[in-house]
Design a protein around this ligand. Structure first.
Ligand code: ADP
Ligand code: ZN
Ligand code: ZN
Length: 736
């Protein structure tokens, strides 16, 4: 008889432990190693477990252990470095290990059914051999601009996959049209390991670096194959992307891989396009617009070493890459890098962990670095690089304030602002009006009895979406029809209160009816391909007035926009959340950065009731850098992050007293080097019918914080309210 064999497994359940199973003799001829997947019974289901330890001994009574059902034969073993990274994450975020693996791996790898991957389909241009092709090509140039663009895109590349083409903003219809005209063909290709060739780089595309840029590329290049973290703090348009590209060249040309994290790919196809333009290498994508098979294909090709570059959003950080040589986190300040539910990791922070673990460099880039990163850079924990000039000689937009405290507003717009819009339009230039609130109005009320339409489940006003005739709760997404009468007093005088983008659009399109207006927010771009269409129209100058939410603050360049108007940021000036000011400043500077490229200088106007507010004054007069340093000084005095370390215990339940009592009992536990504040209601106290409370745990050192959190978690089984609430821990919380 062979030796008994026991496996410790991560299983997708919300428990902070590994589970031990035995291997029946009939299966012992298989190889069982860390990272392999097995199928095991759990309750009355069969689930996938990932092996995290293998042993011939166990502390449990052998006959009590269940045997595994089988081993997953598909060859996707989770590589050891990735397994270790995920184990570190589970410890760092105090999150159940099984759920960490569950969330980090593609859906199809977590399913019991075996999956087969079809080879990737690539598109190429047909050689032009017959006359009909020539004719079709000539026709393209006169009409069908989108097809023509797609044809050029494909002809610039040796090969492009459908996910790449789609992410760059093209449709299946456009692709099929070109195929029918016999201008392009698709071929199935088994991918092979990436090898750098002489034509992997499109040399004509390379720009001559400015002195500032060159210093950064050479600094990173001299530190390859060891850990170093570089913050590239460069204003919008200063050439950060060019720095990434040329640094990547050094890494790729040694046949190493590069991982690029971006906040949202769909919003910034221009960035992806530049990567595609520069390199003729296999690029694989990872984002929410891909289906499960496509995501698995990226994982698989990365795992096999076929991918040269992986570009993706937050969870792309968990892509296996056997010879990863560089990680880039673009727009590192962006809030979307933090996952806001269950496994609340921060993609940028995990990226830094991974770079350390693999001993490779990482670049963080932003025009508005997070206070955390800036602090680390100023303390020489990171290499600090600045790009202070816009490439190509255009100047940065100037920010000015309009005092709206004592003047009438028409639909949220002041008279001086309307005058500026008129003047800009008269010069034939474009205007961008920014308001971070979609819908028609953030509330409706009764003019007679002051009743407000509230979502019962959140106790917050409904947002009016007038074009759909609906009230929609922006906290829980519940909807209802607009009532014809006040339910309290029967009056029909129900009116919108305040402005959302829909209303501003309506007003501006009436007021400036000789110009075309376009709204870009989550509502207007819901349909697939719509965003790209609208952006294309803007760059074709089919619209002169753009209205939008923070979707417009990200990545896009609007060279003909010379006036940016920012409405209604005052809330952030008085928020109880200490990060609100930082986020406000980032938003203003990012929106401002969209304007005035090329030769036309831009102007940025902020409407505010508080033009004398020191935060605004500092930002406008001294710029983001100075603002951030002031902010850091304030945080230091208050011992707030990054000068102290925080975690949040969150709890919710159907009754407010449950989470409150649960957290109160937790807060009475004595911790050595941590301070506890709360329990207190969350900023959104009720959401979707659940009452939400939290407890803030704060410490001067990370070690103390982690010890404190572990201690609290260990006490939870004894908490008499624990079965009545749902609770979670949020390490380094980004919002309260
Ligand atoms: P960022 O990523 O900092 O916003 P980009 O890399 O997109 O900046 O550069 C902004 C613009 O300046 C782009 O059109 C780019 O082609 C151009 N650019 C960047 N670096 C250079 C350079 N060294 N010489 C000339 N143009 C440059
Ligand atoms: Zn009423
Ligand atoms: Zn609601």
């Amino acid at each position: 008889m062979s030796q008994p064999l026991f496996l410790q497994l991560a299983i997708p359940v919300p428990m902070r432990q590994l589970f031990t199973y035995s291997v029946p003799e009939s299966l012992q001829n298989n190889e069982f190693a860390i990272g392999e997947r097995v199928i095991v019974p759990f309750g009355n289901r069969q689930v996938i477990g990932i092996i995290l330890a293998v042993s011939n001994k166990t502390e449990f009574a052998q006959e009590k252990l269940k045997p595994i059902t089988s081993k997953v034969t598909a060859h996707h073993k989770i590589p050891l470095p990735l397994t270790q990274l995920l184990m570190t994450c589970a410890r760092y975020y105090h999150h159940p290990i099984g759920d960490v693996f569950q969330q980090a791996l593609p859906v199809l790898l977590r399913q019991v059914d075996n999956i087969t991957l079809a080879p990737t389909l690539y598109w190429q241009c047909q050689p032009l051999t017959d006359e009909t092709q020539e004719i079709e090509l000539a026709k393209l140039t006169t009409r069908a601009t989108k097809q023509q663009q797609l044809y050029h895109l494909i002809s610039n590349h040796q090969q492009l996959s459908w996910p790449e083409i789609r992410t760059l903003g093209f449709s299946k219809t456009q692709l099929s049209a070109l195929e029918k005209k016999q201008l392009i063909v698709s071929t199935e290709k088994e991918s092979e390991p990436f090898q750098w060739h002489s034509d992997s780089l499109n040399q004509q595309d390379e720009l001559n670096l400015s002195a500032e840029q060159a210093v950064i590329v050479s600094a990173v290049s001299q530190l390859l194959k060891q850990y170093s973290c570089h913050l590239v703090d460069g204003i919008t348009g200063s050439g950060k992307t060019e720095v990434y590209l040329q640094t990547m060249t050094k890494v790729l040309s040694q046949n190493q891989q590069v991982l690029v994290l971006v906040p949202e790919i769909g919003l910034t196809p221009q960035t992806l396009n530049r990567f595609e333009q520069r390199f003729n290498v296999p690029i694989f994508l990872h984002h929410s617009g891909l289906n499960d098979k496509e995501r698995l294909a990226t994982w698989h090709n990365a795992y096999q070493g076929n991918a040269a570059i992986v570009i993706g959003t937050r969870s792309a950080i968990f892509t296996p890459l056997p010879d990863l040589g560089l990680i880039i986190v673009d727009e590192e300040h962006d809030a979307s890098f933090k996952q806001q539910d269950s496994f609340r990791y921060h993609g940028r922070d995990v990226a830094i962990l991974r770079a350390k673990q693999l001993n490779i460099p990482i670049i963080l880039g932003s025009a508005t670095p997070s206070f955390e990163s800036l602090h680390n850079a100023l303390n020489a924990k990171y290499h600090y690089h600045r790009l202070t000039k816009r490439a190509g000689g255009s100047t940065e937009a100037k920010i000015a304030l309009i005092d709206v405290a004592n003047q009438p507003l028409e639909f949220g717009l002041s008279r001086p602002l309307k005058q500026l819009i008129t003047n800009t339009l008269a010069r034939g230039e474009q205007v961008l009006v920014f308001l971070n609130r979609r819908g028609f109005s953030p509330a409706i009320n009764c003019q007679e009895c002051h009743w407000v339409a509230n979502c019962q489940r959140c106790e917050r006003p409904y947002t009016l979406h007038r074009s759909q005739g609906l009230l929609i709760c922006h906290h829980c997404a519940s909807q209802k029809r607009v009532p014809p009468q006040c339910p309290d007093c029967g009056s029909i005088r129900i009116k919108p209160v305040g402005q959302g983008t829909e209303q501003i659009e309506e007003y501006l399109s009436e007021h400036f009816n000789h110009h075309s207006t376009v709204r870009i927010d989550r509502d207007s771009t819901r349909r697939k391909g719509e965003l790209n269409k609208l952006l294309q129209q803007v760059s074709n100058k089919e619209h002169q007035i753009l209205i939008g939410t923070q979707m417009l603050a990200k990545g896009h360049h609007f060279p003909d926009v010379t006036l940016v108007a920012i409405l209604d940021i005052d809330g952030a000036l008085f928020s109880f959340d200490y990060r609100a000011a930082e986020n406000m400043a980032q938003l203003i500077v990012q929106v401002a950065g969209r304007a005035g490229r090329a030769s036309k200088p831009g102007k940025v106007i902020i409407q505010t009731q508080y033009p004398q507010h020191p935060l605004l004054q500092d930002l406008v007069n001294n710029g983001y850098q100075h603002f951030a340093q002031q902010g850091l000084t304030e945080r230091q005095m208050a011992l707030l992050p990054p000068f102290g370390y925080q975690a949040l215990f969150r709890a919710d339940a159907n009754y407010p007293s449950y989470p409150e009592k649960f957290l109160r009992q937790l807060s009475q536990i004595n911790l050595n080097d941590c301070e506890i504040a709360g329990p207190m209601p969350a900023a959104i106290e009720k959401r979707a019918g659940k009452y939400r409370y939290h407890l803030i745990v704060q410490a001067k050192s990370r070690t103390a914080l982690h010890q404190g959190i572990s201690q609290l978690i260990n006490h939870i089984p004894n908490n008499e309210w624990q079965t009545k609430v749902r609770w979670s821990v949020d390490i380094d919380p980004q919002d309260l």
